[in-house]
Ligand binder design. Structure first.
Ligand code: DO4
Ligand code: MG
Length: 300
């Protein structure tokens, strides 16, 4: 089961996708406009989220179109239907150096390589605040590279949604970063990571009990320039040195995490050192059992 946030004639609708059929949860229950509304309602009813969504879905007829048709934009009748960010995050946090590949690359780029080995091996993970809401976009929204950076990369990461202190669902995330700024000095991390359009999430939200094993999901990233693939990489969440659950537990220690916070779990795909994103590139990240998040790059 996946849920998408649609804008239909400018109005927010939450829809669930089961098989290739789409069901409008908002038409069935006008109080349910976003996934946070559904999470609040299922928590009040003490009912698992998927069960709550299923009870609404059973009461409505499927929509006469699919997500693929909305994305293709070939049917003019669907001009008033747009896919939006699956949830407006209260905060976005990121874990760092959770894959060996990430640790090795940061050591290469940095003048202080041992900080990365030490955090990879330590009990306490690296966690940093990426956004308090407004820098994160959804599917097909432009992602940004800093105008003062010369080496920018996408970071494809499994995104967890935290509600009531626990992980309730998953999305695809992109922790876009400036590697030259990060490599110059670890104290520049916030500037390498936090700037306009530096994050995207989507294309949909998958409830935790519908994902399968979150520690066994294939992640693939492709970058296209002028319709030619200039980078293709792949990893699996089974290469993470810490589980999503462990990262979420650390995030919640002595810290009231607002409901609807997103936690990105680190990258295991790092393009070669001569690769940098350019304006106009298109980045697609696919995570098994979730979907594909695509964003074009702009300079900010
Ligand atoms: O400290 C560096 C950030 C690492 C990161 O964002 C990642 O591993 O994904
Ligand atoms: Mg990252």
């Amino acid at each position: 089961m996946r849920t998408y946030q649609l804008l239909i004639e400018g109005e927010a609708h939450l829809v669930s996708e089961m098989g290739d059929k789409l069901y409008d949860l908002t038409v069935a229950n006008p109080k349910i406009r976003t996934i946070l509304d559904a999470l609040d309602a299922s928590a009040n009813l003490q009912m698992p989220l998927s069960e709550f969504i299923k009870t609404i879905t059973d009461a409505v007829v499927p929509l006469p179109y699919s997500i693929a048709e909305i994305i293709e934009r070939s049917n003019p009748l669907l001009d008033c239907v747009k896919i939006s960010i699956p949830l407006q995050p209260s905060e976005v946090w990121c874990a760092g150096v959770t894959y060996l590949r990430s640790m090795e690359e940061r050591k290469e780029e940095s003048k202080t390589p041992d900080v990365y080995t030490r955090v990879y091996e330590a009990e306490r993970p690296e966690l940093f605040l990426k956004d308090s809401g407004h820098r994160t976009g959804g599917p097909f929204a432009p992602i940004g590279i800093r105008g003062d950076a010369i080496w920018s990369v996408p970071e494809p990461e499994l995104a967890c949604v935290v509600y009531g202190g626990s992980i309730v669902g998953f999305m695809v995330g992109n922790d876009v970063s400036s590697r030259d700024i990060e490599g110059a000095n670890p104290l520049y991390l916030a500037q390498a990571k936090v700037y306009d359009r530096s994050c995207s999430i989507g294309p949909c939200f998958v409830p935790a009990d519908s994902i399968g094993d979150p520690q066994f999901l294939e992640i693939i990233m492709t970058v296209e320039r002028n319709n030619i693939i200039i980078f293709h990489g792949q990893t699996n969440t089974n290469k993470m040195v810490r589980s999503c659950h462990e990262l979420s537990e650390w995030l919640n220690k002595h810290n009231q995490v607002p409901d609807g916070t997103v936690l990105l779990t680190g990258t295991g795909i790092v393009p070669p050192q001569d690769f940098t994103l350019s304006e106009g590139d298109s980045v697609s990240i696919s995570i098994e059992n979730i979907g594909v998040l695509t964003n074009d790059v702009v300079s900010v």
